[in-house]
Write a protein that binds this ligand. Structure first.
Ligand SMILES: [Zn+2]
Length: 205
């Protein structure tokens, strides 16, 4: 597997220099995963991902298989189209909380030759929750009428039968009795624009 070159050193962005690049992947023009960074397996393991998410298992598959929820898939798909169309690097902050920590992240989409796009995920900072919140993803088996909806981008949560998105701190669930959630993208994140990253020289790879 090819090792992807770090691009952090030449970046000018909102992202601080202490941001940590966690993983990278490269998609072909049809959104098939054709490459992942060497950090992939370690990162998957740290997130307790199962073997279906190992580097060797994800290469050759569509990115859609690894995104939870139709609206999350459509959301990323439209960003990838924008990236290819504009031929510019896009980025957006998002959250990827663990049960114990708020994890402030950034996703970057960088257009490469032949319609390929490199997706990089950076950890900007972490902040401990007052008490842990354990979630169980039931997107494939439940509906928004039955369970809490979690926004894939900001990680806010919405109770069934309500229209209010609340921060995760307002919910409680233990490891023994995790909160069932399905994934979607909240209205605020749907309309939040992807920003263009400027000032970065063309990547040399
Ligand atoms: Zn959101």
């Amino acid at each position: 597997m090819k090792t992807l070159k770090p691009v952090l050193s030449s970046s000018i962005s909102l992202r601080g220099d202490d941001a940590i690049k966690l993983v990278e992947m490269v998609l072909d023009a049809n959104n098939m995963i054709i490459e992942v960074s060497d950090s992939w397996d370690a990162s998957a393991k740290a997130g307790n991902a199962d073997s279906r998410l190992s580097a060797s298992a994800v290469i050759g598959q569509s990115i859609d298989h690894f995104i939870s929820g139709d609206s999350s898939v459509m959301y990323l798909d439209s960003a990838l189209k924008l990236c290819r169309l504009k031929k510019q690097t896009l980025f957006k902050p998002y959250r990827c909380d663990s049960p114990t920590h708020k994890r402030f992240m950034e996703m970057e989409l960088q257009p490469l030759a032949n319609g390929q796009v490199k997706i990089s995920h950076y950890l900007i900072r972490e902040e401990a929750f007052g008490s842990p919140l354990y979630l169980k993803d039931v997107t494939r088996t439940s509906s928004a009428k039955e369970v809490v909806v979690r926004c894939s981008m900001c990680n806010q949560l919405k109770k069934p039968g309500t229209d209010t998105w609340l921060p995760p701190e307002e919910f409680q669930a233990s490891q023994d009795a995790p909160l069932n959630v399905i994934h979607s993208v909240c209205p605020a994140c749907q309309v939040a624009i992807w920003e263009f990253r400027v000032g970065r020289p063309e990547s040399s790879d």
